[in-house]
Design a protein around this ligand. Structure first.
Ligand code: SAH
Length: 258
C-alpha cells in the first residue's frame, strides 16, 4: 500500500493527524527533500527506510514503491503543502494504477493557506473578490496560452502565484498589463510558517524592487489583489438583519442566499 501525504507548508505542527500517523507507521518514506521540512519525519520508526526524491527520477521512485509492495511494506510518499498543487503526483498515481498497486491520498495544508494565515488576511472579501486564482508563470513546465498571466489578471480577482518569485519583475509588469492598477496591493510570502518566514508588502509598482533587495528568489508565493487592502463590505453571514438556516433574525424573515 502507498500513501501520498501532504506534509503541510513547513511548520511541523501543520500536518494532519492522519498524515502524522502514516509517517509513524511507514516502513518506507520517500520525501521531496527540496521543500519538505525534515522535522515532519521525526516520528518515523528508527528502522524506516528513507529516500530523498530530489535526486530520483520517476521510474526510480516507482521502483522503490513497487519493491516495497512486493515485500508487503507500507510506503509513504511525502509531498509539500497539499499534493494536488504542483505536486507531480498524477504521474505517480498513473504508474501505480498500471502496476495494480493500491494507494490513497491524504490532503495537506497548502502553502497558499499558510500564507493567508501569516498575512492575517482573507482571500474572499465581500465587495472585493469572491474568487481565488491559483496559478504560476511558465517555467520548464509550459502554461496553456488561455491561462497567460495577463488573461487571468483581467478578472481583477485575488491571485496567488506559485513558482514565480524568481521572476517577480516580469510578473508584476504582466499583471499590470493584464489590467490591475499599479497601486494594487501585492505581497510576497517567503517560507510561510517556517521559522525564517519573511513577508514583503508593496504594490504592483514597487514590490519587485522590494523583493529583490530582500534577496528572495524561491520558496515564496506572490499574492495580489484588493484583499490585502482595508476596504471591504461586512459579510451577510454575521449580519444581524439577515436570518439564515442556522439563525432567525429579529427584524427580517427573508432567507438570504449567502
Ligand atoms: N504542493 C505545494 C506547492 C508545491 S510547488 C503546496 O501546496 O504548497 C512549490 C512552490 O510552492 C514554491 O515555488 C513556492 O511558490 C510555493 N511554496 C511551497 N512551500 C511554501 C512556503 N512554505 N511558503 C511560500 N511558498 C511556498
Amino acid at each position: 500500500m502507498v500513501y501520498f501525504i501532504g506534509a503541510g507548508p513547513g511548520d511541523p505542527e501543520l500536518i494532519t493527524v492522519k498524515a502524522k500517523r502514516m509517517i509513524e507507521k511507514a516502513d518506507i518514506i520517500i520525501y521531496a527533500g527540496s521543500l519538505v521540512n525534515p522535522q515532519v519525519l521525526h516520528g518515523a520508526k528508527p528502522q524506516a527506510e528513507i529516500h530523498n526524491s530530489a535526486s530520483m527520477t520517476l521510474p526510480q521512485v516507482i521502483e522503490v514503491m513497487a519493491e516495497g509492495e512486493r515485500a508487503g511494506k507500507l510506503t509513504v510518499r511525502v509531498h509539500t503543502g497539499d499534493p494536488s498543487l504542483y505536486g507531480a503526483i498524477r504521474e505517480q498515481m498513473a504508474e501505480l494504477e498500471r502496476l495494480g498497486i493500491p494507494y490513497e491520498v491524504v490532503p495537506g495544508v497548502s502553502s497558499f493557506l499558510a500564507a493567508a494565515a501569516s498575512l492575517k488576511r482573507e482571500y474572499t472579501l465581500p465587495g472585493v473578490s469572491q474568487t481565488v486564482i491559483l496559478t504560476r508563470m511558465e517555467g520548464r513546465t509550459p502554461v496553456p496560452e488561455r491561462e497567460q498571466i495577463e488573461k487571468l489578471a483581467g478578472h481583477g480577482a485575488t491571485m496567488v502565484i506559485f513558482l514565480s518569485a524568481g521572476r517577480i519583475h516580469e510578473l508584476c509588469s504582466r499583471l499590470q498589463r493584464g489590467g490591475y492598477e499599479p497601486d494594487t496591493p501585492a505581497a510576497v510570502v517567503y517560507k510561510a510558517s517556517w521559522k525564517d518566514e519573511k513577508i514583503v508588502r508593496g504594490t504592483l509598482e514597487d514590490l519587485a524592487e522590494r523583493v529583490r533587495s530582500a534577496g528572495i528568489q524561491r520558496t515564496a508565493l506572490v499574492v495580489v489583489g484588493g484583499f490585502l487592502g482595508d476596504d471591504f463590505c461586512l459579510s451577510r453571514l454575521y449580519d444581524e438583519s439577515f436570518s439564515h438556516g442556522y439563525r432567525t433574525s429579529g427584524t427580517g424573515s427573508d432567507k438570504e442566499s449567502l
